[in-house]
Design a protein around this ligand. Structure first.
Ligand code: UGA
Length: 367
């Protein structure tokens, strides 16, 4: 079946702002872009039909399922600093507000590609008996969340419950779904830079870049020994395009979408970003790292994932997907983009031709 119209809920967010152009380049479809804020999204293509609305509005859900072939749902409050400070809003955004959408897709037989999260696996990779494993697998791993008083897991728990609702509609009803579990996608337009276009603690990449630009210390929570496998927005968008194209292969499947080759410690990420920054802004203050306790940084109720490395065998096998971008390839473009948009606000002296500057020693990836 030809895809005529795709709804992207949360199109104005970080992931949506990368996914919409990728969908336009790949498909002839009209994109129903829904969000409350479109500042990050390029809407110059006439095939983008923007609607300013909230996903919990019943009329919006009715309109979207009435006119689209596929719904891609991206909306969530996906910033860990909010999980323990605004847990009710976090749970509503990831569960309560989306149940009517899932029910409508099931009732009117509209295909749903729903973005869940790698957070559902919890603290670390375990099998169904709770024994530690190396990789997180969609169909065999257990899900190890902390106790209820560790409110960090409010988001993971809400996301997991919605996955179970979607799964039930798919296996006991007629909902055609695919669930995406992204693993630490990084790139331009992520969250905000504190003090410039937002307040609070953003996710780790914009937090470190903001600290570099303002000349403050890069905060390493509990020493930065925890690890993440980072992935590019391009690899993520490619996986979603393949799910759309390979409809039968993606039907009623959960997919890890991440890059196991980019598994590094948070300290190493800080060091690599600092090295890239020095290369491009040699006149800026020397970057400094600072250890900070999780309690001091995030407050009570925070908890952390020690490491999360995806098993991507299923996405490779069923979709023919293969993540390509290494951290070394991603970091220069990301730094360039942030410098272009923010450097004048921080009065940084920029290097226009970085190839003329001696390359600093950068530690290589562990993954
Ligand atoms: C978050 C979200 O919870 C997920 O929903 C989302 O899928 C995921 O990011 C993602 O980007 O895919 P997490 O990886 O813990 O999960 O988010 P970050 O805030 O980016 O933190 C990564 C690690 O860096 C954590 O261990 C955190 O404690 C640490 N961190 C963060 C620092 O050391 N310094 C900072 O300034 C910020």
């Amino acid at each position: 079946m030809t895809i005529r119209r795709i709804a992207v809920l949360g199109a104005g967010g970080f992931l949506g702002s990368h996914l919409v152009p990728a969908l336009l380049a790949r498909f002839g479809a009209t994109i129903d872009a829904v969000d409350v804020d479109f500042r990050k999204l390029d809407r110059s293509d006439p095939r983008v039909v923007a609607t300013r609305a909230r996903v919990e509005e019943p009329a919006l859900v009715r309109d979207i399922v009435g006119r689209c072939d596929v719904v891609i749902s991206l909306t969530a409050l996906c910033n860990p600093s909010l999980y323990s400070t605004s847990p009710l809003e976090v749970i509503d955004a990831s569960y309560t507000h989306l149940v009517p959408l899932v029910e409508a897709c099931a009732r009117y037989r509209v295909r749903l590609i729903h973005f869940s999260t790698a957070e559902v696996y919890g603290r670390l990779a375990v099998d169904s008996a709770g024994e530690r494993t190396e990789l997180m697998n969609e169909d065999t791993s257990g899900l190890l969340l902390g106790p209820v008083n560790r409110e960090r897991w409010s988001y993971a728990c809400a996301k997991q419950l919605l996955e179970r609702v979607i799964w039930a509609h798919g296996t006991h009803g007629d909902l055609e779904f695919s669930i995406v579990r992204p693993f630490n996608v990084i790139g331009p337009r992520m969250d905000y830079v504190p003090g410039v276009d937002g307040e609070g603690i953003p996710r780790v990449l914009p937090s470190f870049i903001g600290a570099l630009f303002s000349g403050s210390e890069l905060p390493l929570v509990d020493g930065g020994t925890q690890r993440r496998a980072f992935m590019s927005t391009r690899d993520l968008s490619e996986a979603v395009c393949l799910m759309l194209e390979r409809r039968e292969a993606a039907r009623c499947q959960i997919f890890n979408v991440g890059n196991p080759g980019n598994d590094v410690s948070i300290r190493e990420l800080a060091e690599r970003l600092a090295a890239e920054f020095r290369l491009r802004a040699p006149g800026a203050p020397e970057p400094r790292l600072r250890d900070v306790s999780a309690r001091d940084f995030y407050g009570d109720g925070y908890d952390d994932s020690e490491q999360r490395v995806p098993d991507i065998g299923k996405a490779m096998r069923l979709l023919g997907w293969n993540p390509r971008d290494t951290l070394d390839e991603m970091i220069p473009g990301i730094m360039e983009d942030y410098l272009r948009r923010y450097s004048s606000l921080f009065l940084l002296r920029r290097v226009t031709r970085p190839e003329e500057v001696p390359v600093p020693v950068v530690r290589t990836s562990a993954g």
